[in-house]
Write a protein that binds this ligand. Structure first.
Ligand code: HEM
Length: 355
């Protein structure tokens, strides 16, 4: 697919604002066509992603968005602060012990743990075992936002089908409960629609934040021990996380499609034209301090987890810098996961610096 790439922040916002011309109907479409064998595996699992939230428009989108937003109100998000600190300190204590024996991968010991627990507590939905959740999340991101060969697609589709099977059972068992899926079923959504929403949200609600935590830790420790230790200060940690969001967010692009013949900055676009919006990495150095905000999109579809993701990332950085000020990078050049819309260092190897 040829995308019109839009990077200038004001034009990105314009596309997101012009909802009569541009819609996120392609938000969850696979970047490469899925091969027949892949589609067979998915359809056997009854896998389907009908538009409900991120790729939906109109009244339906508004209704679902309102219901989901009620689980992530500013008050509910602010109230998780002590719990995030508690979980973070627990994993930092384990990380500290492991550091006594040598370098530790903070992406495994720290960044992956907190977001799934907080999501489960806010939504009232269970998580699968963490190792399954992480494998399924990564595989699904690669299947839909990567460029997998037909052979690789078969492996990824098997994993996505397993994920979907777990999700379907979780959705069915939520009927009658006041959990997120239960509330959506009670509002009249079908099982398939709630599964579609869940497939997006279970990944969006934790993997993207863990990826941002990886980058924030990697860049924070990479500043050198003095600046890293300084991130124990709330304000400095906040500024650091916002700088990472503005320059190399975990969700660095998002898509829109033209829903009618239109034009953008004088360029004619036919209905169906696909646009890739750069949300991060395109701000001028003198941009206002609010520049980071575009990393969560803009307008009617703006991320419902923005405050939560920012809070979790800031608290993990702040707590880690306070408890482990002597950290240095044990591998300054890690490999990166680079997908169309997602990016993160795949490891964050850290060690104690000699005193
Ligand atoms: C670092 C972490 C995260 C980043 C960078 C991120 C980024 C984004 C982006 C770019 C969008 C599309 C916005 C648009 O189209 O205007 C989005 C949508 C969304 N995000 Fe996040 N997100 C993150 C974490 C979360 C979390 C923790 C949640 C949990 C509530 C969440 C829930 C959603 C939902 C529900 C939508 C769709 C909203 C709609 O279509 O109305 N995200 N996110």
């Amino acid at each position: 697919m040829n995308y019109l790439v839009v990077g200038e922040p004001a034009t990105v916002k314009e596309v997101m604002r012009r909802t009569d011309d541009f819609a996120p109907s392609n938000a969850l479409t696979s970047v490469v066509p899925l091969a027949p064998g892949t589609l067979r595996i998915l359809s056997k699992a009854k896998f389907a992603l009908p538009p409900v939230l991120a790729s939906a428009t109109g009244e339906r989108h508004r209704m679902v968005r309102k219901a989901v937003a009620s689980f992530f109100t500013p008050a509910k998000v602010a109230a998780v602060t002590p719990r995030v600190r508690e979980l973070t300190r627990h994993h930092i204590a384990e990380t500290a012990l492991a550091l006594d024996s040598g370098p530790v991968d903070l992406s495994l010991s720290l960044a992956r743990h907190v977001p799934p627990v907080i999501m489960a507590e806010l939504t009232g939905q269970d998580n699968p075992p963490l190792s399954d959740l992480k494998l399924w999340s990564r595989d699904s991101l690669e299947l839909f936002w990567g460029w997998p060969s037909p052979e690789r697609q078969l492996e990824l589709a098997g994993s996505a089908a397993e994920f979907y099977g777990w999700l379907r059972a979780e959705v069915i068992s939520s009927r009658g409960k006041d959990s997120l899926f239960g509330v959506l079923l009670a509002a009249g959504l079908s099982t398939a629609e709630v599964c579609s929403l869940g497939y997006f949200l279970v990944i969006a609600g934790q993997e993207t934040t863990s990826q941002l935590i990886n980058t924030a830790l990697y860049r924070g420790i990479g500043l050198g021990t003095e600046a890293w230790a300084g991130l124990a200060n709330t304000e400095r940690a906040d500024t650091h996380v916002r700088a990472v969001l503005a320059t190399e967010s975990s969700v660095h692009t998002w898509r829109r499609a033209a829903i009618r013949d239109t034009e953008l900055n004088g360029v004619k676009l036919p209905a169906g034209a696909e646009i890739l919006l750069e949300l991060s990495g395109r701000h001028a150095p003198d941009s206002p301090p609010t520049a980071y905000s575009l990393a969560f999109g803009y307008g009617m579809h703006r991320c419902l987890g923005a405050k939560l993701a920012e809070l979790e990332t800031r608290l993990v950085v702040e707590e880690a810098a306070a408890a482990l000020p002597e950290l240095k990078l044990a591998d300054p050049e890690p490999s990166w996961l680079r997908l169309l819309s997602f990016q993160t260092p795949t490891t964050v190897m850290a060690a104690r610096s000699p005193r």
